[in-house]
Write a protein that binds this ligand. Structure first.
Ligand code: PCA
Length: 325
């Protein structure tokens, strides 16, 4: 009798042990290619988590818009179609206005500035995420945004009527201000859109030019350093809270590491990508000084419009940002 009792107790104990050890699996959706540096960083994050939790949490990366399209990823996570996701933060700006802060032109001029801006932007983003049942994990910037063009750009008139590729509200508004025709093209479709003659120019990183091998059509790249947009990686609060506390802290530690690693990678790629464009025959030039002035003035106009439309939350970021400069 006693032996039976002991066996039952052992079985119950083993059972609860196994239950506690059941691994969790997260599907993580991203709109960028598997080979993109952001995705490679996520994959490293996933391996770090798997290793540090001894397989307690597995994060499966679904790249290239396969699980959800880039602009729908936060919704997909909120609706439980994926546990986690990555998107470009400015794609959330319609819902969370301050998510557009890192795409306001000519505010940030270096990675150091971009870090300062992120520190000021982060608490507000976390608050809005929490209200939507999302937990922020980390954010990593794209290299600075420059102007790619199939024709040389000498003055504002050179943009008139051109087909300008856009990827967020900022690029859309800029195309409008320049009198260009905005064409919405996903990052992964840029190469094809160029081949099909659907676009003449775009503002994006040199890296995005390299990843899409734009040199067949793009002949000029102007390093205007317009802004440093960030990708943000997040998980549903529900999925995060379902983890045991020690797994949760392991995930957060791996997220901090991923953020540091991602910023360094972005910085290194900013240099090498521009060289890669040059190697492939693209001319790296400065825009003429008077055009630069006009473009900067447009940036200021955009900033004013942005701060006015967002209100207090924008001031909470930009006032301290400019005060400590
Ligand atoms: N590449 C992405 C966003 C910013 C960037 O550098 C794109 O062009 O869509």
């Amino acid at each position: 009798m006693k032996r039976r009792w002991i066996m039952a107790a052992v079985a119950a104990l083993l059972g609860s042990f196994c239950l506690a050890q059941t691994p969790s699996t997260w599907k993580l959706a991203t709109g960028y290619r598997a080979e993109s540096f952001h995705t490679l960083n996520i994959m490293q994050f996933s391996r770090d988590v798997e290793q540090a939790t001894a397989g307690q949490l597995l994060i499966q990366v679904h790249a290239n818009n396969t699980l959800a399209k880039l602009n729908d990823i936060s919704q997909a996570v909120q609706q439980g179609k994926a546990e986690a996701g990555e998107t470009i933060m400015s794609s959330l700006a319609k819902d969370i206005a301050i998510a557009g802060a890192d795409s306001v032109p000519f505010v940030v001029n270096s990675y150091k500035d971009a870090q300062r801006l992120w520190k000021l932007q982060r608490p507000g983003i976390e608050k809005h995420f929490t209200e939507r049942g999302l937990k922020l994990l980390y954010a990593v910037p794209w290299p600075p945004q420059g102007l790619h063009s199939s024709k040389p750009v000498r003055g504002l008139a050179d943009f008139k009527g051109t087909q300008m590729r856009t990827y967020n509200q900022t690029t859309l508004r800029i195309a409008e201000m320049l009198g260009a025709k905005p064409v919405d093209v996903a990052m992964v479709d840029v190469g094809q859109a160029l081949t099909e003659g659907r676009m003449d120019n775009m503002i994006t990183s040199a890296l995005t030019g390299v990843e899409n091998k734009v040199w067949g059509s793009i002949r000029y790249y102007y390093e205007i350093n317009a802004w440093f947009p960030k990708n943000v990686v997040f998980v549903s609060s529900k999925a995060f809270e379902a983890l045991r506390p020690e797994v949760r802290s392991t995930v957060l530690k791996a997220a901090t590491d991923a953020e540091v690693r991602g910023w360094l990678a972005s910085q290194a790629l900013a240099m090498s990508a521009t060289q890669e464009l040059r190697k492939n025959g693209i001319r790296i030039e400065r825009i003429p000084a008077d055009l630069e002035q006009e473009v900067k003035r447009m940036g200021e106009k955009f900033s004013r419009e942005w701060v006015r439309s967002v209100g207090n939350e924008a001031n909470n970021i930009f006032v301290p940002y400019y005060l400590v400069q």
